[in-house]
Design a protein around this ligand. Structure first.
Ligand code: GLN
Length: 187
């Protein structure tokens, strides 16, 4: 198994490091030809969704990646990665990949709570550390979506058959259970 990590902007290095820790072969995706390496799964990191969205088009990665995601490439999106996958983004005219049947709201925890750390329950895993940085929440989801975690009534993790998203950053903690969940149950 080898995992491609979208490495245009944001926290891709932390994801690569977490994969290295688990001994999972991985490579960075920076340009369209990197897709020829044939990833078995894809990680879209946190960062700034507007910047990543622009870079996806500038690099020519957007359409080939969208096709791979929509035809079943397993994908794990954290924070901005979740925003990029969503079908709808509240208060924004248009989504990015539009691949996952969730509606998300950016920067949903407000200025005061821009970044915080907590412990929350993740379905089938139990309590895990959760680090939020100007995080989105899931406001609505379609019938094929399973919600995996909520914090203070806000939905912060979800999956369907081939996609896993978290509003928080598992790669910023030493706990690798969400990544292991992705590798075992989604890829
Ligand atoms: N606020 C960022 C955005 O809207 C996401 C933050 C993150 O990925 N940590 O894209």
């Amino acid at each position: 198994m080898k995992i491609g990590v979208l490495a245009l902007q944001g926290g891709f290095a932390e994801h690569s490091r977490a994969l290295d820790t688990l001994g999972i072969p991985n490579f960075e995706i920076r340009k369209a030809t990197d897709l020829n390496k044939g990833p078995d799964g894809l990680i879209i990191p946190g960062g700034e969704s507007t910047v990543m969205g622009r870079l996806l088009h500038e690099t020519g990665l957007f359409f080939p990646l969208k096709k791979m995601i929509d035809t079943g490439l397993p994908v794990f999106g954290t924070c901005a990665g979740m925003i990029l996958l969503a079908r709808q983004i509240t208060h924004e005219p248009k989504p990015y990949f539009c691949s996952m049947d969730i509606s998300v709201k950016r920067n949903a925890f407000g200025r005061q709570m821009g970044s915080f750390h907590t412990t929350g329950e993740f379905l089938e895993i139990g309590d895990i550390p959760m680090t939020f940085i100007r995080a989105p929440i899931i406001e609505m989801e379609g019938p094929d979506i399973q919600i995996l975690a909520s914090v203070d009534g806000n939905k912060v993790a979800a999956r369907n058959k081939t996609m896993l998203v978290t509003a928080f950053h598992p790669e910023l903690t030493a706990n690798l259970q969400v990544l292991q969940y992705f590798l075992a149950k989604v890829v």
